[in-house]
Design a protein around this ligand. Structure first.
Ligand code: SF4
Length: 285
């Protein structure tokens, strides 16, 4: 069975056709563990994990006691691969996020947040799949919410300083989110509602509506399908670069890898991150 097309796999594969061929056509599992998470990436992942935990509490209509935040942040920090003391700046940021509720998600009677939208949470990190063009397309929006006007919104949270910089990745994400929100993953009454895709910047609290008109989304999905069909013929040219190859799971045996194939030994990985599970991070959304 062909691999499921996810927006994250697609974004990663776009950097190199050989990588795309192996991940999206052949369905090779990661052949090497990704390097242990370092530096800023730990903080980024920890913030994502921590806000997901907050959103799950809000989804159950629980209020969040500020006293639980240090433990919640410490757990998120560890899950993100941090082995030293949790970053205190991240905790301060999390406390601010809960107090500000910038995207209007907390369960309260009055509309809240700078977004000004009294939203109702519908799901947190729910995987949605839809068959389309003889493939299975999958997305896992960070949040699905019902907006005040009744529309169903996929909120994609980003910790990046410039979350809209990669226009192709943002448009592919918007097209796939749009597709799956109309598919069988959502309860029928939600499928028929208007859908929006919103990028929410965690650093600036800025919201950007990146919804594509359906004809544009349809055209983009057809382009992706045609690109994948071309790859399936077996003609794929490598595009090695320091950036692409550093995070590529196939560098272990790729003759074109930037600087040559890199072999990470199990002991190197274990020493850097004892609890590291190479398959736990296989893309799912
Ligand atoms: S290691 Fe580099 S050249 Fe080889 S598949 Fe990965 S991204 Fe492409």
């Amino acid at each position: 069975m062909p691999p499921t097309i996810t927006k994250t796999a697609l974004a990663a594969a776009r950097s190199c056709d050989v990588r795309a061929y192996r991940s999206l056509i052949k369905g090779d599992r990661w052949t090497a563990p990704r390097p242990p998470t370092v530096g800023a990436l730990i903080g980024y992942r920890a913030r994502h994990t921590a806000v997901a935990a907050i959103h799950r509490l809000w989804l159950r209509r629980s209020t969040v006691d500020p006293a639980v935040l240090p433990d919640l942040w410490a757990n998120a920090w560890m899950q993100a691969g941090g082995s030293d003391e949790p970053d205190p700046e991240g905790l301060a940021w999390l406390e601010g996020y809960v107090a500000d509720d910038p995207f209007g998600l907390a369960p309260r009677a009055e509309p809240a947040g700078r977004g000004g939208a009294g939203r109702r949470l519908v799901a947190v990190e729910q995987t949605l799949r839809t068959p389309y063009l003889d493939r299975t397309w999958q997305a896992r929006p960070d949040l699905l919410v019902e907006a005040e006007d009744g529309a169903i919104e996929a909120l994609e949270l980003s910790g990046a300083r410039h979350p809209l910089l990669d226009r192709h990745a943002v448009e592919a994400m918007a097209a796939i989110d749009h597709l799956v929100m109309g598919g069988p993953g959502l309860p029928a009454p939600y499928c028929a509602r208007p859908h929006r895709v919103i990028v929410c910047a965690l650093q600036t609290y800025r919201e950007t509506d990146v919804t594509l008109p359906w004809p544009r989304a349809e055209g983009l999905l057809a382009d992706i399908d045609a690109w994948l069909a071309g790859l399936a013929t077996g003609v794929a040219v490598a595009s090695p670069s320091a950036d692409a190859c550093a995070g590529c799971p196939y560098r272990v045996d790729c003759p074109d890898a930037w600087g040559g194939p890199t072999r990470l030994t199990a002991s190197m990985v274990h020493a850097a991150s004892p609890s590291y599970d190479p398959f736990a991070t296989v893309d799912s959304g």
